[in-house]
Design a protein around this ligand. Sequence first.
Ligand code: ZN
Length: 288
Amino acid sequence: MNPVRRVALALVFLTTLLFAQGPTRFHPGFNLFSKDQDMQLGKESAEQVRKQMVIVKDPFLNQYVNEVGKRLVSSQEAQASGFPFTFEVVADSSINAFALPGGPMFIHTGLLKAVDNEAQLAGVMGHEMSHVILRHGTNQASKAQLIQLPAALASQMGGENGSMLGKLTQLGVGLGANSVLLKFSRTAESQADLTGSHLMAEGGYDPKEMARFFQKLSEQAGAGGNGLQFLSDHPNPNNRQHAIEQEAQRLPHKTYGYQTGDFQHMKQVVAGIKEPPPPKPKEQAPQQ
Ligand code: ZN
């Protein structure tokens, strides 16, 4: 066999192998919380967020993020999780979004302003949903070796009333900056990237757009731009984009091109929303 043919055959073999492996599946790790407790904690934390941040009530914007969210929720992994995802918009100029245990997600207007297309928004939303599906927040709290955590959780299960968030806050698991519930390890971030790419693909969005958006943010951050917030909340190993692109190769061949058709209108509406001034630099969490 001539060398060119041999290389060609090897490539075909490797590609087949890659597809045969299929998507990379992750499972939630060690967790002292029940899934109901994830949801309870998320519900209470969301109430807290609604008091502390400016929720955007614009009906069109809410309908828009919910429509994109619905596409992602229809995916196999989101359905299997059984979590009730909700999507709200907050007036905050930083490029970010976050999801609380059990499903409540908050999308910053800064993110809506920064994305170049709907698939990029779906990418960040899919990433955040994946933290919920993989139960990263309560997994990290469970691993924090808090002596009193099992007792606090057990008393909740006994039907004792009282705020779960309140109890956890006493143990140091609150919602503040660098909260263990929202500050994820690099491993968790990588898992959320790959799982998020599955959610996107099943919803009809090209997963490579997530990689493109992260690329854009790191370029902006390099130029001293606004992308830094997302990246500091989401540690960015150098091979992040590459890993997402590789995962996209493992997914079943599909034509991507779903769009709500409302992206341009969303851009116009969100451009008219004024965000409160960002906190002074010294109040911000240290950047990494
Ligand atoms: Zn993340």
